[in-house]
Unconditional design. Sequence first.
Length: 79
Amino acid sequence: MPSVNEPLAEHYPLTPAEAAVVALVALGKSDAEIAADLETTETAVHSWRRRFRERTGLAGRQLTAWTVRHERCCIANSA
């Protein structure tokens, strides 16, 4: 897992649902807020977040930093 101080250059393929969740996580939204925005359940949001974290090792600040860096390449291209 990359440290917060390392550049996050790795690209990860995202499903459209993961892209939406990751983008909302980076905005600081809670699982409940994300579920409401996406008209789904908190359980589904938690599952998408968990799968992304398991694949990438990114969570918290690292996830936010990755999202900012990859908004145009990984997230936008997943939609």
